[in-house]
Design a protein around this ligand. Structure first.
Ligand code: ZN
Length: 149
């Protein structure tokens, strides 16, 4: 284990971890970063405690939203073409940029889960990140849930 100084948002902390990336992740996990409805990113500056502070690097850590609870106990994510759209042989998958978005819907409560494999960090414009967000059930998904019961 090495000792690292982690810095973000004007705070810093010394953390023991096997690597700078792990130290950054631990720093974020121990902080009180609120969950938003969509993934967002914090850049943590990390350098070894016994090295020049200039010799550090930025590590980006994703903060994912907690999965909202399901009315029926557990979500059952599926990709019914009539609800999620897209190509019939690959429903709910939408290629864009250098990646794709994938939409699934819960067969129990009708909630949508949107996984984005080409997300952009609005802070610095970095592309190709992964993000996840959830959307409430709508008429379309609810009538599909009712029809499959
Ligand atoms: Zn559900």
């Amino acid at each position: 284990m090495e000792k690292w100084i982690c810095r973000a948002d004007g705070y810093e902390e010394s953390i023991s971890a096997a690597s700078a990336r792990e130290a950054a992740e631990e720093y974020i996990a121990s902080g009180s970063y609120p969950e938003e409805s969509e993934t967002y990113w914090i850049s943590v500056y990390v350098h070894p405690t016994d090295a020049d502070p200039e010799d550090g690097d930025f590590y980006k850590v994703a903060i994912d939203p907690d999965e909202p609870s399901c009315d029926m106990g557990d979500h059952d994510w599926q990709s019914p073409h009539e609800v999620v759209g897209g190509l019939e042989e690959n429903p709910g998958v939408f290629a864009y940029g250098g990646g794709a978005k994938k939409i699934t819907v819960c067969a129990n409560c009708g909630m949508y889960r949107i996984w984005d494999g080409w997300a952009t960090d609005p802070e610095d414009g970095e592309q190709g990140l992964e993000s996840v967000s959830y959307r409430d059930a709508d008429e379309k998904s609810e009538s599909w849930v009712n029809a499959t019961k």
